[in-house]
Design a protein around this ligand. Structure first.
Ligand code: SAH
Ligand code: SF4
Ligand code: F3S
Length: 450
């Protein structure tokens, strides 16, 4: 590895970073910022005055890519005004597009793939020395990120801690396995060390990250996901442990038992089903059936009765018929999720689903999505209504985005709670809130004097 020279270290420069997509990308962004701080950069929210602009991109749906292309276009005039400005693209779209991005937008200086997060400062330094040079590094080797990459965490309450990288599942609609490579699990002791250091830094909550956390450790066999959860639950000073995302096909009884018997693992299962008919699940290559999934939900509800269960759903997958869609609605009425994150199917070239026949018309997809959300919203509201009059424990996050006098926090079941600020509550502490107005996506309530 190249040494960082002291001259570079002394200059104060600013970096503007925008990260799109999932928490894994967010976590990569924190590791990139961490490295940049070591060579004298500080973060700015003012894109016009930045010396370095980084877009950490997502390509899971076309809409995510469109947003990035729009932003790349906006940055062109900044580069014209300030030729010393360095502009880099990182993340999943960088991995997917490689030098095609520079061909399309030559004002991009470098493109760095998802496996190259730890190489960032070397690339930036090289470009600082030789301006006008383009660097593209998107080699997707199957190594994991080194464990000594410095991390600059955001000011949220939850520390993101990756436990594994990549995905082996190849769901037929999904681009992630192509841009993130194969599954690689970090060693349990490295994960525990990182969680401990986040707790020492004052984080009360950690979220363990992976595309399919339930297959953690299948490669190194040093610990499985349940063992890792147990080890993290035992860490002194930790208040709440979350994890995502959990693939239903690999959720073991041992994990459910561990959640049940733990002190700090939150009673929230985000268990993306993606669809509610066996025909579509098969075409999606999700491996499980509707019947298997319903049994799993039963098991969870039996073991952890107060758990919330949420999901991801895709409508408009190729070949989806009215009958499939009716089965999906019945499925939703039966399972009764606390919340569902719903997406319109987006064709990703290179994936098997992109070339399947009977792609669903855009208008039909939208109608179905609308109907689906209507039904799910009713269910979410009914479930939240049961909390009326109950007191819930929240981890205080601070003022809400739109109103300083309204504060927000989350329950262990991951529901957002809003209340009028009383002056005594403190960010990062636990508080009790009596639910007075449950709504579809939030619970409004009153802070209880503790
Ligand atoms: N590994 C996670 C999901 C990562 S992507 C899991 O398997 O649950 C997050 C969500 O985006 C997915 O759950 C899926 O619902 C959605 N998604 C992925 N590819 C998509 C596509 N091509 N079109 C629409 N939604 C998609
Ligand atoms: Fe994509 Fe499926 Fe992997 Fe999730 S499990 S990242 S949906 S391929
Ligand atoms: Fe997007 Fe990559 Fe995450 S495609 S959803 S940022 S893994």
């Amino acid at each position: 590895m190249k040494k960082i020279d002291n001259n570079t270290k002394k200059q104060k420069k600013s970096v503007y970073m925008h990260s799109y997509g999932c928490q894994m990308n967010q976590s990569d962004a924190e590791r990139m910022l961490g490295q940049l701080l070591t060579i004298g950069y500080e973060r700015t929210d003012d894109i016009t005055s930045a010396d370095l602009i980084l877009l950490n991109t997502c390509c899971v749906r076309e809409s995510a890519e469109d947003k990035v292309y729009g932003k790349i276009g906006e940055i062109k005039h900044l580069k014209q005004k300030n030729p010393r400005l360095i502009f880099g693209i990182t993340g999943c779209m960088a991995q997917k597009e490689g030098d095609a991005l520079i061909k399309r937008a030559p004002h991009i200086d470098f493109v760095l793939g998802t496996n190259k997060v730890h190489e960032l400062i070397h690339v930036v330094e090289e470009i600082q020395v030789i301006t006008g040079r383009h660097i593209v590094d998107v080699l997707l080797g199957d190594t994991e990120l080194p464990d000594d990459v410095p991390v600059q965490r955001g000011d949220g309450l939850s520390a993101w801690v990756p436990i594994m990288y990549g995905c082996n599942n190849f769901c037929s609609y999904c681009i992630v396995p192509y841009v993130r490579g194969r599954e690689r699990s970090r060693l349990p002791e490295d994960v525990v060390r990182e969680v401990e250091s986040a707790v020492t830094d004052g984080f009360k909550e950690v979220t363990l990250l992976g595309q399919n956390v339930n297959s953690y450790g299948k490669d190194h066999k040093k610990a499985d996901f349940a063992d890792l959860l147990q080890a993290v639950d035992n860490i002194q000073g930790i208040e709440r442990v979350r994890y995502m995302t959990s693939h239903p096909k690999d959720l073991s009884d041992k994990v459910i038992e561990t959640v049940k018997n733990s002190r700090h693992i939150c009673e929230h299962f985000h268990l993306p089903v993606q669809y509610g008919s066996n025909r579509i699940l098969k075409a999606m290559n999700r491996i499980y059936t509707v019947e298997y999934y319903k049994e799993l939900v039963k098991k969870i509800r039996k073991s952890v009765p107060n758990a919330s269960i949420t999901t991801d759903l895709i409508v408009g997958f190729p070949g989806e018929t009215d009958d499939d869609f009716a089965q999906l609605l019945d499925f939703l009425r039966e399972v009764r999720y606390d919340a569902a994150y719903t997406f319109l199917y987006s064709k990703r070239s290179g994936t098997p689903a992109a070339t399947m026949k009977d792609q669903v018309a855009e208008t039909c997809k939208k109608e179905r999505l609308h109907k689906l959300m209507e039904i799910q919203n009713e269910i979410s509201l009914e479930i939240n209504h049961k909390l009326l009059g109950q007191t819930v424990e929240v981890l205080v996050e601070g003022a809400s985005r739109t109103d300083d006098t309204v504060w927000t926090g989350r329950t262990r079941t991951n529901k957002i709670v809003l209340w009028n600020y009383q002056g005594t509550e403190q960010k990062g502490s636990l508080a009790e809130v009596a639910v007075t107005h449950p709504q579809t996506w939030v619970l409004k309530g009153e802070l209880q004097n503790s």
